[in-house]
Design a protein around this ligand. Structure first.
Ligand code: GLU
Length: 478
C-alpha cells in the first residue's frame, strides 16, 4: 500500500524551524518508501490564521527543497464534512451536547485547583434526557459537543520512535470538546482533534510524524478513530529541538523562523542537511554532508533519538561553510552578487566576479559574509593603525611600494596577473635586497589597510582588473 504522509501546519506564524524539521522527517520517510508527502493547512482558527503565513510556510518548504506531491488541502474548506462526522458521533452515542457555561467551567477549575487536582471536566451533561436538552436550549444556553472518554479506557500504540506508548482515559482531561460553542441545535465549528482525524482519514494518511508535544492528542485521536471506525495510521513522535540551555527552542531564541535563517545567509541545502541530523543519525557512520535525496535513501525513522535535540549554531555554521566551499562557482557567484547589488557595488566583468567569488569563498561561513570579504575590492579600505605602524616603522616598507610603481611604469605593465605579480615581487626583492615579506605586507596594507586578507597575488590581479591597484599603492606614499 502506498505510504502517505503529511505536514499539517497551522498558519498562525512564519515557518518555524520545528515545523520545517517535522516536514523534513515526513518528506524523508515518504521518499524512502516511494510514498507521497502532502500538505494540509490547518486554518480553522480564523482569528490567528493568515493567508500570508500560509504563503510563507509554503515558500519556506519550497526553498528547503521539500516539495509536496498533491495540491495542499485547506482545513477551513472542509468544515461541513467535519460537522457531519460530529453528527455521526452524536448518533451513535459516542458524543453528546454539553451546556456547561464558561463560568461553570471556571468554577470547576478553581475547585480542582484548590484541591491540588489537574483540570478535568466532570462530564456533568453526559446523560441529559431529551427534555433537559430542550430546556437548556430554550433557556438560550450555548453548547459544545463532547466526546466520551471513559476513565477506565486504556489507549496503547506502537510508536515508531518511542516504542509502546500507553495512556489512560482518566488522564485525558475528561470528555473531549469536539466543537466550538453554538446555540440551539447547531454544531459549532470543529476543533483540532476531530478535524485532524477526519482529514487524515480522508487524505488516506498512513503515517503521522509530528512533535512529541502531540502525544496526548494522539491518545485522544485514537479514541476518535475507533469510534468512527477509521483505519489507524502509524504514529511517530519526534523529540523537540532544544536551545543551548536545554529548553524547548522558542520564538524567544532570537532566530527561529526559516526566513531569518535565509536572511542571515544560510543556504537551503545546508540548513536542510543540518536539520536532518538534528535528532537523527545513522547506525553506520556517514559523511554528514549529504543532499536530501542522499539522506532519503538511508533514512530510517527508528534511528531518530527519543531525547531532545540540542540546536548547535557551530555545527550549522560548519555545514554551511562546507556547502559554500563546494558550491558550483557560477551558482555561488550569482547568490553573492545579490549582496553586491544591494550595496550598489559594480564589478568590471563577469569573469572578475567569478574570480572574486572563488577568492573569498573559503573564508565565508554565511552568504552575507561575502559583504565584508569583498568590500575592499569595491570601496577604499582605510589604513588601520597596524598598517600605519608597519609603513612608518619599517624602513623598506614605503620603498618597496615605490619600487613596485616604478617597475610597473618602466616595464609598461598594463595588467597584473598571478605570474607577472610574482615576478615583480621577486625582482624587487633581489635587486634591492628587500625581504619578500616586507614587500608582501606593504602591498597588503595598500590593498586592505591591514595585515590580513585573502591571497595577495590573486587579490592584486583583481585590484588591477578593477583599475584600483595603482591608486591604492600611491595612497600609502603621500
Ligand atoms: N496543526 C497542528 C500543529 O501545527 C498539526 C499537528 C499534527 O500534525 O497533527 O501543531
Amino acid at each position: 500500500m502506498e505510504k502517505r504522509l503529511r505536514l499539517a501546519p497551522s498558519p498562525t506564524g512564519l515557518l518555524h524551524i520545528g515545523t520545517a524539521r517535522t516536514a523534513l522527517f515526513n518528506w524523508l520517510y515518504a521518499k524512502n518508501n516511494d510514498g507521497k508527502f502532502l500538505i494540509r493547512i490547518e486554518d480553522t482558527d480564523i482569528v490567528r490564521s493568515k493567508s500570508e503565513y500560509t504563503a510563507n510556510i509554503l515558500d519556506g518548504l519550497k526553498w528547503l527543497g521539500l516539495f509536496w506531491d498533491e495540491d495542499p488541502i485547506k482545513q477551513s474548506e472542509r468544515i461541513s464534512i467535519h460537522k457531519n462526522q460530529i453528527k455521526r458521533l452524536l448518533e451513535i452515542g459516542a458524543a453528546y451536547r454539553c451546556f456547561t457555561s464558561e463560568s461553570e467551567i471556571l468554577e470547576l477549575r478553581e475547585k480542582q485547583q484548590k484541591g491540588g487536582l489537574p483540570p478535568k471536566h466532570d462530564n456533568r451533561h453526559r446523560n441529559l434526557t431529551s427534555k433537559q436538552i430542550k430546556e437548556f436550549i430554550s433557556q438560550g444556553r450555548s453548547s459544545v459537543i463532547r466526546f466520551k472518554i471513559d476513565d477506565e479506557t486504556e489507549i496503547k500504540w506502537k510508536d515508531q520512535i518511542r516504542g509502546e506508548i500507553k495512556w489512560q482515559g482518566k488522564d485525558l482531561g475528561g470528555d473531549l470538546v469536539l466543537s466550538r460553542r453554538a446555540f440551539g441545535d447547531q454544531i459549532g465549528d470543529p476543533l483540532y482533534n476531530l478535524a485532524v482525524v477526519v482529514d487524515d482519514n480522508f487524505m488516506n494518511i498512513t503515517h503521522v510524524i509530528r512533535g512529541e508535544d502531540h502525544i496526548s492528542n494522539t491518545a485522544k485521536q485514537i479514541l476518535i478513530y475507533r469510534a468512527l471506525d477509521f483505519k489507524l495510521p502509524i504514529f511517530s513522535h519526534t523529540p523537540l529541538i532544544l536551545n543551548s540551555l536545554g529548553k524547548k527552542l522558542s520564538k524567544r531564541d532570537s532566530v527561529t523562523s526559516i526566513d531569518e535563517f535565509k536572511d542571515m545567509g544560510y543556504l537551503p541545502e545546508a540548513l536542510a542537511n543540518y536539520m536532518a541530523f538534528l535528532g537523527w543519525s545513522t547506525k553506520t557512520p556517514v559523511n554528514e554532508i549529504l543532499s536530501l535525496s542522499e539522506i532519503s535513501k538511508i533514512f530510517d525513522i527508528s534511528d531518530i533519538n527519543k531525547s531532545g535535540a540540542k540546536f548547535s549554531w557551530e555545527k550549522l555554521n560548519w555545514i554551511n561553510s562546507q556547502y559554500i566551499k563546494s558550491m558550483e562557482l557560477t551558482k555561488l557567484s550569482g547568490l553573492i552578487k545579490k549582496y553586491w547589488i544591494n550595496k550598489g557595488w559594480k564589478s568590471p566583468s563577469r569573469e572578475w566576479e567569478l574570480k572574486l567569488t572563488d577568492l573569498i569563498r573559503d573564508s565565508m561561513i554565511l552568504l552575507k559574509d561575502s559583504i565584508d570579504q569583498s568590500k575592499p575590492f569595491f570601496t577604499l579600505s582605510e589604513i588601520q593603525s597596524e598598517g600605519e605602524d608597519f609603513l612608518e616603522n619599517n624602513k623598506d616598507a614605503k620603498e618597496s611600494l615605490r619600487y613596485i610603481l616604478n617597475y610597473i611604469k618602466e616595464e609598461n605593465i598594463s595588467r597584473i596577473n598571478s605570474s607577472n605579480a610574482k615576478e615583480i615581487i621577486n625582482k624587487i626583492c633581489v635587486k634591492n635586497s628587500i625581504k619578500k615579506f616586507v614587500i608582501m605586507k606593504s602591498l597588503r596594507i595598500a590593498f586592505f589597510g591591514c595585515l590580513s586578507g585573502p591571497d595577495l597575488i590573486q587579490s592584486w590581479e583583481l585590484f588591477s582588473e578593477n583599475n584600483s591597484d595603482i591608486t591604492l599603492i600611491e595612497r600609502c606614499l603621500t
